[in-house]
Design a protein. Structure first.
Ligand code: MG
Length: 280
């Protein structure tokens, strides 16, 4: 695969074929995907999913875990419901994430990824230790499947993320960097963060957002690529400086016609910037 191929975040719901057709039409050769739902995970179901991706000329590079009961409605609700942090659902979700890693393996996707949730920054607490242990168990399961585990940025500061990665101490764990999340959650300057995380960044979301007037309390706003506060050219330049060669995966978290239009504009913008930054 050429360096910095474009990518698209694709959800395999009833609109899967339209999304794949869009990727195909726009010449997008890679995707981050969610797993097909539980009922479509038979050998036959996975074969036809894989075939649909192949027919569209789209190579899945990362599979994301999503869990029932997660809600991104407000920052406090994210804190309570997202990822492997909430204690009540932790062990059940760990098992689900392992099954998703198995689905990724069956589809020959080399990376499983997720939002861990709000990793606590009180490092000497039992809760923090338990979260390290849980994510470590998932990382080991991914390793047995010959996979990487990527943790998506956003809910924690870079300091907490780096501390957590060090405590995990697993060689197959890296970072899916989403610059807009750092702005949406108000956790720090994304460009500076790229430089701090460096070559641990192994996949990215190209997404844009504007800062909230109450960072860390209320959401900023997700906006079309190039219209927010990330500064897409600076973002790509920072990625270049840390030697990033992976896909540039567009994520636009709205639905319908507007999403399509924004994705098309995003593709155009990334192609221009890729030429400016990498000469490709
Ligand atoms: Mg993202």
């Amino acid at each position: 695969m050429q360096d910095h191929p474009l990518g698209l975040f694709i959800i395999p719901d009833e609109h899967l074929h339209e999304r794949l057709a869009t990727a195909s039409r726009l010449g997008i050769p890679t995707a981050h995907i969610l797993p097909p739902d539980r009922h479509s995970r038979s050998a036959e179901g996975l074969r036809s999913f894989k075939q649909a991706l192949q027919d569209a000329g789209v190579e899945p590079t990362v599979m994301f875990c999503g869990f029932e009961g997660e809600s991104y409605e407000t920052i406090p609700i994210v804190r309570e419901t997202v990822g492997l942090v909430p204690r009540e659902t932790r062990s059940a979700r760990l098992e689900k994430a392992k099954r998703i890693s198995d689905v990724a393996a069956a589809l020959e996707v080399p990376v499983t990824a997720l939002h861990v949730g709000f990793i606590p920054d009180a490092y000497d607490t039992r809760e923090y230790g338990e979260i390290v242990e849980t994510v470590g168990a998932l990382a080991d399961h991914c390793a047995a499947n010959d996979q990487w585990l990527h943790l998506e940025t956003g809910q924690e500061t870079v300091e907490t993320l780096l501390h957590f990665l060090e405590d995990l101490g697993r060689p197959n764990v890296a970072v899916n960097f989403d610059p807009a999340n750092m702005i949406l959650y108000g956790t720090g300057d994304p460009i500076e963060a790229v430089r701090q995380i460096g070559d641990l960044i192994r996949s990215v979301h190209c997404k844009d957002a504007t800062w909230s007037s109450k960072p860390r309390v209320e959401w900023g706003e997700e906006v079309p690529l190039g219209e927010g506060d990330v500064g897409m050219e600076n973002f790509l330049r920072a990625l270049k400086d840390v030697g990033y060669v992976g896909p540039l995966t567009i994520e636009r978290e709205i639905v319908g016609e507007q999403q399509l239009r924004d994705i098309e504009k995003g593709v155009q913008l990334l192609r221009e910037l890729r030429t400016n930054v990498w000469g490709e």
